[in-house]
Design a protein around this ligand. Structure first.
Ligand code: HEM
Length: 410
């Protein structure tokens, strides 16, 4: 590749060691030189200015389902044929890739039921966090990811849905398997594991739905079964795929948010001191962690008409990836963007996307991270990185950024 040629989009993932180590150095260069960058091989635009990213995610005329993209959009359309139905009909999708009217038909009742549960769930999140801290016990050095950041989100989303507590390890395995659907370069073995996990979770949810219909409990699956019985236009296949999506999306990303935020506070003791002195800063602290080290790299949209982005023509049916990570460090939107500052006045980050597809789990993720961080630093006021000189161990799943391990001493 010539020095001045834009890099292929697939090098902008943690599989590339340079990107894994410091994505921001690479993304800053791209945003300055190619803010609307075309990757012809992948058939996508890669868009990195905050203003453009924000404009795209909030543009309600844009589309999401990959079948709307031109044939050349190979990255966006990958897997479309292999996952299609027996007569070539598109595969069932969760709301993540549905367009209206189906998106609104399913998302609106689901969001209503989820938000009602989240609004009264704080005491339950506090209980789960306290129990997780109790399990750490007297350990002086431990891996914060395994002991804390991993179990809390899976426990919380399982409690909201009402899935069995004794199956949490399996849910975690299924989530890790299913998330590979978003990995554009998954190996055959990863694809086979994805199918196995997705079938297993689908079978579990089918069973659970039947049980809750027969005998409702105080949980989200029962809420959705009741809404369906009251006339909401959602069939069983829609319910199963979307409840499964909540379970998967609800735990990996929030684990990464908690891990990334703890690491940031360990690296920035001055910010931790501010938070300890004034715990009411916790909301701003979580927003700044989301901005500074977002768990999700990108989201996407498809042009529904010829349009312009940042002065560049984009044709109808062309596919756009927007870099949430690059937008969050755009100096045009944030003063001194590479400083982690929990007292920042304005932090309009785009870590949850935006518009009609804005992350449905954002209120829950925020609640979990706020409770988890405050209680962690309360329980372990002297927490430090076990080896401050050790390089961070980032996971290698494309388009996500989270830690494999984070060893701390308390
Ligand atoms: C820190 C944690 C999280 C991050 C960073 C995150 C990030 C995102 C992003 C970037 C999107 C795409 C938005 C767009 O295209 O505009 C999204 C969508 C989604 N998220 Fe999250 N998420 C998190 C937690 C959760 C949780 C806890 C749940 C479930 C309870 C969840 C469920 C979903 C679902 C179902 C969608 C698809 C929404 C739609 O397309 O209508 N997420 N999330």
């Amino acid at each position: 590749m010539a020095d001045d040629a834009p890099p292929p989009v697939l090098t902008l993932t943690p599989l590339n060691p340079a990107f894994r180590e410091d994505p921001y150095a690479i993304l800053n260069g791209i945003r300055e030189r190619y803010p609307v960058m075309r990757d012809e091989m992948a058939g996508v635009f890669f868009i990195s200015r905050h203003e453009d990213v924000r404009g795209i995610v909030t543009d309600l005329t844009l589309l999401r389902h990959p079948s709307n993209a031109e044939e050349a959009a190979v990255l966006t359309r990958r897997g479309l044929e292999e996952r299609s139905g027996p007569n070539g009909e598109p595969p069932r999708s969760s709301i993540l890739t549905l367009d209206d009217p189906d998106h609104a038909r399913i998302r609106n009742p689901l969001a209503q039921a989820l938000y009602r549960r989240v609004a009264k769930f704080k005491p339950e999140v506090e209980r789960i966090v306290d129990e997780t801290l109790d399990r750490i016990g007297d350990a002086r050095t431990f891996d914060l990811m395994a002991a804390y950041a991993l179990p809390i989100p899976i426990d919380v989303i399982a409690a909201i849905l009402g899935v069995a507590h004794d199956r949490l390890d399996e849910f975690r395995t299924w989530s890790e398997g299913i998330i590979q659907v978003l990995n554009p370069i998954a190996t055959e073995a990863q694809k086979a594991e994805m199918t196995r996990c997705s079938d297993a979770l689908g079978a579990y949810m089918t069973d659970m739905l039947a049980q809750r219909r027969a005998s409702p409990q105080d949980d989200l699956v029962s809420d959705m079964a009741a809404l369906q019985a009251a006339g909401a236009e959602i069939d069983d296949a829609d319910l199963i795929i979307n409840l499964s999506a909540l379970l998967v999306a609800g735990n990996l990303t929030t684990t990464d948010l908690i891990g990334n935020a703890v690491r940031l506070f360990m690296l920035n003791p001055g910010e931790l001191a501010k938070l300890k002195a004034d715990p009411s800063l916790i909301n701003a602290a979580v927003e700044e962690a989301l901005r500074f080290e977002p768990p999700v790299d990108i989201t996407g949209r498809i042009a529904s008409k010829d349009m312009e982005v940042g002065g560049c023509p984009v044709k109808s049916r062309q596919s756009m990836l927007v870099s949430l990570r690059a937008a969050n460090r755009d100096p045009a939107a944030f003063e001194d963007p590479d400083r982690f500052d929990i007292t920042r006045r304005k932090a309009p980050h785009v870590s949850f996307g935006g518009g009609a597809h804005i992350c449905i789990g954002a209120p829950l993720a925020r609640l979990e991270a706020q409770v988890a961080l405050l209680k962690l630093f309360e329980r372990f006021p002297d927490m430090k990185l076990a080896d401050p000189a050790a390089p961070a161990e980032w996971r290698q799943l494309p388009f996500f950024r989270g830690l494999e391990q984070l060893h701390v001493t308390v």
